[in-house]
Design a protein around this ligand. Structure first.
Ligand code: SF4
Ligand code: SF4
Length: 182
């Protein structure tokens, strides 16, 4: 038969020797290979007890950032949503009312801000597009979930803890990626 690659080989079907018929040499050879792996460094880790350190450019879950006074930075300009190639971000803008200056940094804020993690490809374009340093991708995974609805993250999940009232939680949430973000 004509071959496309010229890599086909004729297989010789010689009768098995006595040792081959015993199968013992092959079994010992296989056991030796298995046993040799006991002394090699294992490439796997025991997650979640052990965790690998992330690359400096790892992009995980989104965080909605606050300023140093704890006010929400997002001004609901929509640039992140426009930049998103997966159309994963939706938001609703609202106007800041008198007396809410301690809550929102700008006159307009996102009353609703949602990221659909099933659509998101973690490209980071939303982070690049934001003029207010209000959104960035952290070094946290999206936890697994049984329901699709569980992957739509709202402000409750995305908003970073308040640095004034919850400094420890804020530092933890900000993590290594956010350390340079003001
Ligand atoms: S990381 Fe990329 S895909 Fe995900 S929300 Fe931001 S812009 Fe969209
Ligand atoms: S996160 Fe940034 S880009 Fe997106 S709406 Fe808020 S201020 Fe605008």
């Amino acid at each position: 038969m004509q071959s496309l690659t010229n890599r086909n080989q004729q297989v010789e079907r010689k009768p098995m020797t006595f040792a081959e018929r015993l199968y013992l040499p092959s079994i010992f050879k296989g056991m030796a290979i298995t046993f040799s792996h006991l002394f090699k460094k294992t490439p796997t880790i025991r997650y979640p007890e052990q965790k690998r350190s992330f690359s400096a450019v790892f992009r995980g879950l989104h965080i909605l950032n606050r300023d140093e006074e704890g006010r929400e930075r997002c001004t609901a300009c929509g640039l992140c949503a426009v930049a998103c190639p997966a159309e994963a971000i939706t938001m609703e803008a609202a106007e800041r009312q008198p007396g809410e200056e301690h809550l929102y940094r700008e006159e307009k804020y996102a009353a609703k801000y949602e990221v659909n993690m099933l659509r998101c490809i973690f490209c980071g374009l939303c982070e690049e597009a934001c003029p207010k340093d209000a959104v960035y991708l952290s070094q946290t995974f999206a936890p697994s979930n049984y329901a699709r609805q569980g992957f739509i993250y709202g402000k409750e999940e995305l908003l970073i803890p308040n640095p004034v009232t919850q400094p420890e939680e804020y530092a933890k949430a900000k993590g290594a990626v956010g350390k340079d973000i003001k």
